[in-house]
Ligand binder design. Structure first.
Ligand code: ZN
Length: 280
């Protein structure tokens, strides 16, 4: 419960108990049983230093009332009521902050190891999003849509089971593409296995520029493989692998240019590193 400066939370329903919001704990019926109106203000319920609750037999509500009476409440006269926004675990503010509010209501989980492969400063949201889906194996591959009775196969090579791991990059077509675009960024040939690729990205030792390019090339390649796959599925048109490789290369060069790397000491040499990765 948070009450400051008299009635800093205006309505009874805005009161916070250590276990949660009172209206959520007691519910509409509990609130009625305690004799409190939906829009009752604190000063309607807390009068002359006493909480005015109606007696009730409900043990849960009795415990709740007991807890409420235990909490110290100091009312300051001549201070008007107001609502405070919960800012953190135990901090409140009169200003609404969407970031803090989202932080309060969302389910918090440990940061996953692979998050730095998805979100980084030089990344592009539309490539990051498809990669995020791929890492979580949530792209609607044939393997997944087959659960709803749809026929499926790899649209690149005809393999009967189109899984995430097949598309990235066990399929002969996509692995050929991956070899072309990844160049020497890994320090050795890329691997067709998905788990090996992700592990290598997360545990390998790469200089800063190489690691930026590795993440970029992973994301852009996944994006174009998925887009080409959908083109083949819906429009019956297919591009040769060299065409997709040129698209990936062009997209990455454009992204490198848009970072204005040449003006930024930490990114100096980014374009040269990209060209250097593909000198054969
Ligand atoms: Zn295939």
């Amino acid at each position: 419960m948070k009450i400051q400066n008299g009635c800093s939370v205006r309505f009874w329903t805005d009161l916070w108990h250590p276990k949660g919001r009172l209206i959520d704990l007691a519910g509409e019926i509990g609130t009625q049983k305690l004799g409190i109106g939906r829009s009752a203000r604190i000063c309607d319920v807390f009068v002359d230093g006493e909480w005015r609750f109606r007696r009730c037999r409900d043990h849960f509500l009795q415990d709740l009332v007991h807890d409420i009476r235990e909490l110290p409440l100091i009312l300051t006269a001549n201070v008007s009521d107001g609502v405070l926004w919960r800012d953190g675990d135990d901090t409140y503010s009169s200003r609404f902050n969407s970031k803090n509010t989202w932080g309060n209501i969302r389910k918090k989980k440990d940061q996953v190891m692979w998050s730095r492969l998805i979100w980084f400063q030089q990344g592009v949201p539309r490539f990051a999003f498809i990669t995020w889906l791929a890492v979580r194996d949530r792209l609607s591959t044939g393997h997944r849509t087959a659960q709803w009775g749809q026929a499926q196969y790899c649209l690149y090579c005809g393999e009967p089971d189109e899984t995430r791991d097949h598309l990235f990059f066990a399929c002969p077509y996509t692995f050929t593409l991956w070899l072309k675009v990844a160049g020497n960024l890994f320090g050795k040939d890329p691997d067709p296995d998905w788990d090996t690729t992700i592990t290598r990205l997360l545990t390998g030792h790469y200089d800063r520029l190489t690691f930026i390019l590795l993440r970029l090339v992973l994301q852009v390649t996944i994006y174009y493989i998925w887009r080409e796959r959908n083109e083949r599925l819906h429009n019956n048109v297919s591009k040769p692998v060299e065409h997709i490789a040129r698209l990936v290369d062009k997209t990455i060069r454009n992204r490198i240019m848009s970072t204005r790397y040449y003006l930024r000491p930490r990114l100096q040499g980014l374009m040269q590193r990209w060209f250097g990765a593909h000198d054969t």
